[in-house]
Design a binder for this molecule. Sequence first.
Ligand code: ATP
Ligand code: MG
Length: 137
Amino acid sequence: VERTLSIIKPDATKRNLTGKIVAKFEDAGLRVVASKRIHLSDKQAGAFYAEHSERPFYGELCAFMASEPVVVQVLEGEGAIAKNREVMGATDPAQADAGTIRKEFALSKGENSVHGSDSEASAAREIAFFFSGLELV
Ligand code: ATP
Ligand code: MG
């Protein structure tokens, strides 16, 4: 069964939306198989988002991700990577479909409540970034 890495971002943890967001995943048939709340340093956020280091919003993105605790989770299910991105909706909440997490909860293109891996390769890298083998059953 496929697995993907999800992050509930600072704008959402701050507004106490973790449960409502997890309910969206579960309603879509995704199972939370690992979960923890952490507070990333700027450096850790920078390493996680290294692929975006040349983008103009990189500094802002890293500072935002390190501004408050986040909840990092591994979600499991058939086609979990694509399904999670469907449930999240478009990066920009103004473009997101009705019923998606970003449509309902995101504040802006930057403060958009959730992250989800975008490929099998990034899911493998991102899961290993946050969870050790011992934490994954
Ligand atoms: P994520 O990778 O977080 O799941 P995504 O794949 O939809 O989101 P990316 O293009 O990978 O979007 O961008 C990573 C993150 O960078 C976005 O989720 C958003 O928080 C931030 N971001 C993207 N574009 C902008 C922008 N134009 N201005 C500010 N922040 C942005
Ligand atoms: Mg992305």
